[in-house]
Design a protein around this ligand. Structure first.
Ligand code: ADP
Ligand code: MG
Ligand code: ZN
Length: 476
């Protein structure tokens, strides 16, 4: 019998706020353990939470970008459990009234585009981090209270590849929207993976397992690939699956049992008495909606329509919001979008790749790039020189005119000077000159090259060609 996989994801995303969700402690990553803490995020008795509005705004923005319905009334609940990384012995989360419900995200599959439905997005607090040493364990509370958004999908994914495509598409939108840095190395995105298999074509869902806390997309893909194979083989061999929670063992490349349904926690959810419900009026949601960034797919289509760019250029430029902004600023400035695109897609992206930085970290400004496009257009410098100048603008900043001036790079169109270089080139290379006189057209290119050399690249190549032809008696 053929089996097919059914997958649903629960994705925890740390929001990009400066301070924590219920206190004023910073969320910055990488500080010394327990330096960014206070009575609230340490869970000390009597400390009271105060909701950070920015966390609500970012979650609503995510909901709007993902086509969710935004709840006008939602509330926080206590999820009770005992664990050292959660000193209050409950986590403040949202249970029956989350901020966002419904929505969906389209992914590309080999069989064409597919919409993955979302069930809900709720807001909660991140927990602390346990650190295990040789003789002892420690708890770092810097992370405790970081605002965390949990996105729950419907079981609409059918393979490890689809799950990966979904996570990548989601990451792109959340990053683009400024909702999360989505930095996986810093644990900004963590994922619980629910998976079952069923006879191909059957409508009923099979018994699922949940693999907890995967913090790389590669881990999600590997864990799913393994777990789908494990379940399929078990069923094919006549075995029965039990609903359970498993963990991914990355060294061994296998999933291992953690606890079964019988051992599952009863979280005894109840409304958080120390926080008011969240009430959002229409005006506020509309204000947030108006501030939504244009999504990559929409922007890509606009780049084609508005700037006449090829699809490929539009795709590459809009993949990174900062690059797209940079392009637009430069293109508007000089009115030559395709030329700007060409420079960005070659030299600028290469410079970013070599340095491993975003476009904002280069010294080049959109104005400088626009000016460079103009001087090359005017023929004031050759495209080759343009490349050198661009390299300098990227490295050191400044304006093209300054660089051209400082390095004496302005193209020479002065006839007397070009005549002199042409004469010198012919005198130094009588062989090619003679070949050209006898009809070998290619020899002229060689001589033009010599003029460029003599002029240190500054001669206007078109005028150099004319001067040479004139001298060699083959004008026109
Ligand atoms: P639980 O009660 O175990 O948390 P839920 O029904 O709330 O389960 O669903 C949690 C996640 O598991 C959701 O992303 C959902 O899409 C997914 N899911 C539910 N049932 C299945 C199943 N049989 N196979 C695969 N995924 C499932
Ligand atoms: Mg669950
Ligand atoms: Zn705090």
């Amino acid at each position: 019998m053929n089996h097919e996989a059914v997958i649903g994801l629960e994705i925890h995303v740390q929001l990009r706020t400066r301070s924590k969700i219920f206190c004023g402690c910073p969320t910055a990553y990488g500080a010394e353990p327990n330096r960014q803490v206070c009575p609230v995020c340490l869970g000390l008795p009597g400390a009271l939470p105060v909701l950070n509005e920015e966390a609500v705004r970012l979650t609503v923005m995510a909901g709007l970008l993902l086509g969710c319905q935004i709840r006008r009334f939602s509330k926080f609940d206590r999820k009770n459990y005992f664990y050292p990384d959660m000193p209050k012995n409950y986590q403040i989360s949202q249970y029956d009234l989350p901020l966002c419900v419904g929505g969906g995200l389209e992914i590309e599959t080999p069989a064409g585009p597919k919409t993955v439905r979302l069930r809900r997005i709720h807001l909660e607090e991140d927990v602390a981090k346990n650190l295990h040493f040789e003789q002892a364990s420690g708890v770092d509370f810097n992370r405790a209270g970081t605002p965390l958004m949990e996105i729950v999908t419907e079981p609409d994914l059918a393979s490890a590849d689809e799950a990966l495509a979904f996570l990548q598409a989601l990451k792109r939108i959340l990053h683009y929207g400024g909702i999360s840095d989505c930095n996986l190395e810093e644990g900004n995105v963590r994922c619980d993976v629910n998976v079952s298999v069923r006879p191909a074509g059957s409508a009923a869902l099979g018994v699922k397992t949940e693999i907890k806390n995967l913090n790389t997309f590669r881990g999600v893909h590997r864990a799913l690939t393994h777990e789908i194979r494990r379940q399929t083989e078990l069923l094919a061999g006549g075995g029965r699956l039990v609903q359970e929670t498993r963990r991914w063992n990355d060294e061994l490349g296998v999933t291992e049992p953690m606890r079964t349904k019988e051992e599952a926690h009863d979280y005894r959810y109840f409304p958080e008495p120390d926080l008011m419900p969240v009430v959002l009026d229409e005006a506020r949601i509309e204000q947030w909606r108006a501030a939504l960034p244009e999504l990559p797919a929409v922007r890509r289509a606009r780049f084609v329509a508005e700037y006449g760019l090829p699809d490929y250029d539009a795709e590459v430029l809009t993949a990174d919001r900062e690059v797209a902004d940079f392009f637009e600023a430069a293109a508007r400035r000089c009115g030559r979008p395709k030329a700007v695109s060409n420079w960005i897609m070659t030299e600028v992206l290469r410079a970013m790749g070599e340095r491993g930085v975003g476009i904002g970290a280069l010294r080049l400004t959109p104005d400088a790039l626009a000016e460079l496009v103009k001087v090359v257009d005017r023929g004031a410098i050759s495209a080759l020189r343009g490349k050198e100048i661009l390299a300098e603008l990227i490295e050191r900043g400044g304006r093209p005119a300054e660089v051209i001036e400082r390095r004496g790079l302005a193209q020479v169109s002065d006839e007397a000077a070009i005549e002199a270089w042409a004469a010198e080139a012919i005198a130094a290379h009588p062989g090619p000159a003679e070949e050209y006189r006898r009809g070998k057209a290619a020899a002229l290119q060689f001589l033009i090259g010599q003029v460029m050399k003599l002029s240190r690249g500054r001669a206007n190549p078109k005028l150099a060609g004319e001067a040479l032809r004139q001298r060699l008696g083959r004008a026109g």
